[in-house]
Design a binder for this molecule. Structure first.
Ligand SMILES: Cc1cc2nc3c(=O)[nH]c(=O)nc-3n(C[C@H](O)[C@H](O)[C@H](O)COP(=O)(O)OP(=O)(O)OC[C@H]3O[C@@H](n4cnc5c(N)ncnc54)[C@H](O)[C@@H]3O)c2cc1C
Length: 376
C-alpha cells in the first residue's frame, strides 16, 4: 500500500515542531498533527521561558547534545529573523558537596567547559540580589540563558510549513496501527497513513503506546512570577541576575531574571501526580506562600505575588529521556524529552529524529535513552 505521507508526527510541541521542521527540510512528505494549536498552555512548553545551560549537573552525557542544540537554535533565529534566546549566564548554587554543584563541575571538567567556581562572598559581590549562606558556592557559566518556548515552537512550525510540511491542528490522534510497511493513524477526523510515525505527544505519550506500559509519571508543576514591593530593581535585570538553580537541603528551585514581567521562580521536581486530561490549574495560597518564603530567604527583595501558571513534567524513573524505535514496530519512533529538562534539547532532538527517519548515522550516544531499559 502507498502511504499518504513519508512521516507523520503526533504532537507538535517542543519536540514535534522541531521534528516537523527538520523532516520537511529533508524533503520528506510530512504531516504534523496536534490536539490543540501549539504553542498552547495545555502541555509542557508554555510559560515564556526555559533555561538552557551546558555544565549539565544531570550527567556529562547531555553536554554534546546541548552544544548541538545551541547551534540549531541560533540557526533558526537567524533564518527566521526572530529572537529565541537571551544569554544571561547561569549560576548553579548549593554546598560544595551538593548534587547540583558536583554534577555541574563534573560536566564542565569532562567537556572542558569554561566556568567559574564562586564562594558566597563572590556570589554576593557579582550578583547583589542573591543572598547565599556562607557555606554556599556557585558554578557560573556565561553561555547559559533563556529560550522563549512559545516563540521557538511558532518559529519551527513556520519554518516547517515553508519547507512544505502539512499540519492539522485541533485534531486528536486516537490510536496507531502499525502494519508491515506503513502505519495507520486514527484521529477524531478519520484515518491517515504514513511510512513512519514519530510520537512526541508529551504528557499524553504513554496513552498512544499502551502496549509498552511505559513507566512515565505526569506531575503537576506550578511556576510563579513575583514583583519586588519597592518597584523594579536593577539587580533583578538580566545584566545582573543570571538564570539559576539552587539546591538547599533536599529542595531544588530555579528561576529567571526579571525580563519585564517579574521574577519567575519554581520548585524543581516536586509536584503531585496528574492526569493530562484533567489537570488541576488552581494554585492555592499555600503554594504561593511556600515559594514566597523561599524567595524572601534567598534574595534581597520583598516579593509580591503577580501570577502563576500550571504545567506538566512527564518523568521517567531515571529522569533520562526516551528517544528510540518502538521495540515491536520499527516504523514507530518514540520521543519523550521531558522529566523537567527537555526543552533546551528539542532542536538537537529534531535533528536526531530526522536522521533516524532517513536511516542516517546518529552523531550522539542514544544508549541512555533506549526503551529497553524499562521494558527488558
Ligand atoms: C514548569 C516547567 C518548567 C520547565 N523548565 C525547563 C527548563 O528550564 N529547561 C528545559 O530544558 N526544560 C524545561 N522543562 C521541560 C520542557 O519544557 C519539556 O521537556 C518539553 O517542553 C516537553 O516537550 P514535548 O514536546 O515532549 O511536550 P509538549 O511540548 O507538551 O508537546 C506535546 C504535544 O503533543 C500534543 N498531543 C498530545 N496528545 C496528542 C494526541 N493524542 N493527538 C494529537 N496531539 C497530541 C499536545 O497537544 C502537545 O502540543 C520544563 C517543563 C515544565 C513543565
Amino acid at each position: 500500500m502507498l502511504a499518504e505521507y513519508d512521516v507523520l508526527v503526533v504532537g507538535l510541541g517542543a519536540t514535534g515542531s522541531q521534528a516537523l521542521y527538520q523532516i520537511a527540510k529533508a524533503g520528506q512528505r510530512v504531516l504534523g498533527i496536534d490536539r490543540f494549536t501549539p504553542p498552547h498552555i495545555y502541555g509542557s512548553s508554555h510559560g515564556q521561558s526555559r533555561i538552557i545551560r551546558q555544565a549539565y549537573y544531570e550527567s556529562p552525557v547531555y553536554v554534546p547534545l546541548v552544544q548541538e542544540a545551541y547551534g540549531l537554535w541560533h540557526d533558526q533565529e537567524r533564518i527566521a529573523g526572530r529572537k529565541l534566546f537571551t544569554q544571561t549566564g547561569g549560576l548553579m548554587l548549593g554546598t560544595p558537596d551538593s548534587i547540583l554543584v558536583q554534577g555541574s563541575r563534573l560536566s564542565a571538567e569532562t567537556h572542558g567547559l569554561a566556568y567559574e567556581y564562586l564562594d558566597a562572598h563572590a556570589i554576593r559581590t557579582r550578583f547583589p540580589a542573591f543572598q547565599p549562606t556562607p557555606d554556599t558556592v556557585g558554578v557560573f557559566e556565561t553561555a547559559a540563558g533563556v529560550l522563549f518556548p512559545e516563540a521557538c515552537i511558532e518559529t519551527a512550525l513556520q519554518l516547517a510549513q515553508a519547507h512544505g510540511a502539512a499540519y492539522r491542528l485541533g485534531e486528536t490522534v486516537l490510536s496507531l496501527s502499525p502494519k508491515d510497511n506503513y502505519v495507520e493513524i486514527l484521529t477524531v477526523n478519520g484515518t491517515h497513513t504514513a511510512r513512519q510515525v514519530i510520537v512526541s505527544a508529551g504528557a499524553w505519550l504513554a496513552q498512544l503506546v499502551p502496549e509498552l506500559a511505559l513507566p512515565l509519571t505526569v506531575a503537576r508543576q506550578v511556576v510563579f512570577w513575583f514583583d519586588h514591593a519597592g518597584g523594579r530593581l536593577q539587580s533583578l535585570q538580566p545584566d545582573h541576575f543570571p538564570i539559576y538553580i539552587w539546591e538547599t537541603g533536599d529542595t531544588m528551585f530555579y528561576g529567571f531574571p526579571d525580563q519585564g514581567n517579574g521574577l519567575k521562580v519554581a520548585f524543581h521536581h516536586y509536584g503531585e501526580p496528574a492526569d493530562p486530561n484533567n489537570l488541576n490549574r488552581q494554585v492555592t495560597s499555600q503554594e504561593i506562600s511556600a515559594i514566597e518564603s523561599v524567595i524572601g530567604r534567598h534574595f534581597g527583595i520583598d516579593p509580591i505575588f503577580r501570577e502563576a501558571s500550571v504545567c506538566m513534567y512527564t518523568n521517567t524513573p531515571d529522569m533520562d529521556f526516551i528517544i528510540d524505535r518502538h521495540p515491536q514496530h520499527n516504523n514507530v519512533i518514540i520521543a519523550s524529552p521531558c522529566s523537567g529538562h527537555g526543552f533546551k534539547f528539542a532542536s538537537a532532538i529534531g535533528k536526531i529524529l530526522v536522521d533516524m527517519i532517513m536511516d542516517r548515522p546518529i552523531d550522539f550516544d542514544l544508549t541512555p535513552f533506549r526503551i529497553d531499559r524499562f521494558t527488558a
